[in-house]
Ligand binder design. Structure first.
Ligand SMILES: [Zn+2]
Length: 235
C-alpha cells in the first residue's frame, strides 16, 4: 500500500525517562528516533525547569541496544555542545565520532542527526559541514514547520511541532493530520525530550496523543530514517 500519511517522533538526549516513553510508544505501535550523545551515556544529572528539579540521567551504554530496539538510534553529538560555536574540524569530530560510536553500540549504521542545544543551534555552515564530511543523511533542527509538507533541505530539517510546547496546538494538528483527505504526502514529525513529560506530569497527555494517532489504516508509523527513505522512494 502507498501511504500518503506518515507519523514519526524524534526525541533527544537518551535520558532514563525514555524507558517509560518507549513503553507507551510500543503499546500503541508508534516509532521514534532517539538522538544520543555517546560520551554522555551513563552519566547522571538534573535540569531545573519551572523551579522543579527534573532528572536528566542518561541511559547506560550497555542498555542502549536493548532499550531502543525496534526504534532508531541517531546522533546528537558526542557531548551536546552548540556546534555553531565550534571550529569546523570539531563540528565534524562531534558528529562523525558520535555516529561511529553509536553505530558500534547498536550494531547498524547510524545515519540520522539532531542538532543539540536550544536557541540558534544550526545554520547553513554546520549543515554543509555535516553533509560533506560525515555519514549522516539527515539533520533535524528545533525550528518548527507547523506543517506536514515533506522538505527538500534534509540537513536543516524542520519538525512539525514539539510534543509539549503548545499541547492544544499539537492536538489540533493531530486532528487535522488524521481527518484530512490528502493526495499529497503528509509527514507529521513530532520532536521533544521524554523528561519534559515530568515537568507538568504530562504522561497522560502523551498517552492520549499516542492513542489518538494510533491504529489508523492510512497512516505509516515509522522511524525518521524509514520515513525519509519512503519519501525519497515515492517522490
Ligand atoms: Zn539535546
Amino acid at each position: 500500500m502507498d501511504f500518503k500519511k506518515i507519523l514519526t517522533f524524534s526525541f533527544d538526549d537518551g535520558v532514563k525517562q525514555d524507558e517509560r516513553f518507549i513503553e507507551i510508544l510500543n503499546k500503541y505501535g508508534l516509532k521514534c528516533t532517539f538522538n544520543l550523545n555517546s560520551e554522555l551515556l551513563g552519566k547522571d544529572g538534573y535540569l531545573t525547569i519551572k523551579g522543579k528539579k527534573i532528572e536528566h540521567n542518561k541511559v547506560a551504554p550497555d542498555k542502549v541496544k536493548a532499550l531502543y530496539k525496534g526504534h532508531e538510534v541517531a546522533s546528537h553529538t558526542l557531548t551536546h555542545p552548540n556546534i555553531t560555536t565550534l571550529a569546523p574540524s570539531e563540528v565534524v569530530r562531534q558528529v562523525e565520532m558520535d555516529r561511529i560510536n553509536l553505530s558500534n553500540i547498536v550494531g547498524y549504521e547510524v545515519k540520522g542527526f539532531a542538532y543539540p542545544c536550544g536557541g540558534i543551534n544550526s545554520n547553513r555552515v554546520v549543515a554543509d559541514l555535516i553533509k560533506n564530511n560525515s555519514g549522516i543523511e539527515y539533520a533535524r533542527t528545533i525550528v518548527h514547520s507547523y506543517g506536514f509538507a515533506p522538505q527538500d533541505d534534509m540537513f536543516l530539517f524542520k519538525p512539525s511541532l514539539s510534543l509539549t510546547k503548545n499541547k492544544q496546538q499539537l492536538l489540533d494538528m493531530a486532528d487535522e493530520f488524521l481527518n484530512s483527505e490528502t493526495e499529497d504526502l503528509k509527514l507529521f514529525y513530532i520532536w521533544g525530550h521524554s523528561y519534559e513529560l515530568d515537568i507538568d506530569d504530562s504522561w497522560d497527555y502523551f498517552e492520549d496523543v499516542c492513542k489518538m494517532l494510533s491504529n489508523k489504516k492510512d497512516v505509516m508509523y515509522c522511524t525518521n530514517k524509514e520515513a525519509f527513505d519512503y519519501i525519497n522512494k515515492i517522490k
